[in-house]
Design a protein around this ligand. Structure first.
Ligand SMILES: [Zn+2]
Length: 165
């Protein structure tokens, strides 16, 4: 997924905020950051790994990595009696898992790692265009990204609209 991780994170986090009755900006920021965090591995992909491996094969795109990290964070927060932490950890983990689900549409994710290295993806994007980006942008699955962006923009417009007098 190219452009819709952040919009999808906004939709998910806003929904959680409504249900948890917590409209804090820090919770929204946590969700938005987590929605794109796995793709920070692109820095490693380009700057260190010299594009030797698909970045979806890095540990930052393994669901179990984030579930384990969230578990450790939850244990630390519980020991330190930080009562607000579980909501933030939950929002972060929900957005991280959403990232993996969305990446599973047009790429492959190792959902069962470390038990298995099997990769799961819904659709294979054929390499038919000279520049690889067009393979994704001109594939019908990109319409889902457009839909997510549109929905997020509509929700954002509703959120920032001035309250009626
Ligand atoms: Zn990703």
């Amino acid at each position: 997924m190219f452009i819709a991780h952040l919009p999808a994170g906004y939709l998910l986090t806003s929904t959680i905020q409504t249900r948890s009755r917590n409209q804090s900006l820090s919770l929204l920021a946590t969700g938005l950051a987590a929605s794109v965090l796995p793709d920070a591995d692109l820095l490693w992909f380009y700057l260190v790994d010299n594009r030797q491996h698909v970045h979806h094969a890095y540990v930052t795109h393994m669901p179990a990595f984030w579930i384990g990290l969230a578990g450790v964070a939850w244990l630390i927060a519980k020991a330190a009696r930080i009562t607000s932490a579980p909501l933030y950890i939950g929002v972060a983990l929900a957005n991280l898992m959403l990232h993996m689900v969305l990446d599973s549409i047009a790429a492959e994710i190792k959902w069962l790692w470390p038990l298995s290295n099997a990769e799961f993806g819904l659709f294979h994007i054929p390499a038919v265009h000279g520049w690889w980006v067009w393979n994704f942008v001109l594939h019908w699955t990109f319409l889902l990204e457009v839909a997510l962006c549109t929905a997020a923009l509509l929700l954002l417009a509703r959120h920032i609209r001035p309250a009626p007098e």
